[in-house]
Design a protein around this ligand. Sequence first.
Ligand SMILES: [Zn+2]
Length: 381
Amino acid sequence: MAYHWPVHTVFCDLTLEVEDRSCRHCAQALKVCCHRRRRFFMGAGPVQLLCKLCHCPDPACAGHSQTISPEEETALVMPYWVLGWDVFCWLGHRRFARHWSVPQIRAELDDRFAIPLSVDAIERYVGRYQLMLAARQQDPRVVASAYRRSRGLILTIDGLQPEKGHETLYVVRELTQKRVWFAEALLSSTAAEVQRLLARARAWVERLGLPVRCWISDKQDAFVTGIAAEFAGVPHRYCNNHFLRDLAKPMLEADSHAKVQMRQQVRGLRAIEREVLAERVADTPDASAALLDPAATEVPASATAGDVVLDYCAAVRGILNDNHGGPLQPPGERMAEALTEVRQSLQRNLEAKKGGPRRRASSGWQSGSTPAWLRWQRTES
Ligand SMILES: [Zn+2]
């Protein structure tokens, strides 16, 4: 969609002409046949560009029907773009090197360059930048230069599913230079489809002329048969990450069993909460009376102690429901630590209450801010 320029926009005028003025077909001097006006943003401000287009003046020449644009035009801005290359590069760099979000880029485009652009438009430019980046990453000359000192390749293939139910993205990477060679989303992960990707990897290998030291994957069937077919004789190793995960399986099962047992021991939260809430309803003075008498609005001490009890219940429930973690941070172990901290905290409160004189109930209680409770709050937020 064409960009809508506000009427008061101040443009910097620029005129470009064709530099090579001889006809490609008959070598006659080209003549200006028409003009093209276009507007776009550069970092320094809006530009109004006038391009003088040329053609061969000889109606009999093939060059007569071909209009030639000034060579310099695409060095400033691509056809139909509203952003010049300088702003385009700035945008792509912020997105991919600095990991800025689109709304963040949008705000900064406006603040810094006074370029108001919609989210949709920015996303389109981000997509174009991504395409160019991928094309550059896969440019055979760039790849050859990256591997000029290499003596061998270690290749991996893995299927990633960014969202459940969506197609799987297959990624082929080379580990010695830490490069993603290419990625392709396959709707059906049949052996034939996977083998097509492996054949593409083989074409890359042949172009580089380097030996493949080994392949690494999770060894799903399609990978095993495909690699054996396309890379006969190349060792195919099990991926460390998957290996570790499988190795840790019995330990995670034991951890999960321990969690079930802990959950069975810590029960009755709901009953405690109901009791506190029932007490509170009984203690709360009539609302209208509170409005008439300001002194009555003071929270009863029992309600404050009740809050602490409810805090403890919420903390314990959070601990019991926390399922995050993997083999290196087993969730059951974390649960045991957190429950121990809660128990110690309760014990401290009981001891504090046994000693010292009887004060307002709340002052004898510490809040539920144990490290476990804080950690649980962090994981929830
Ligand atoms: Zn000509």
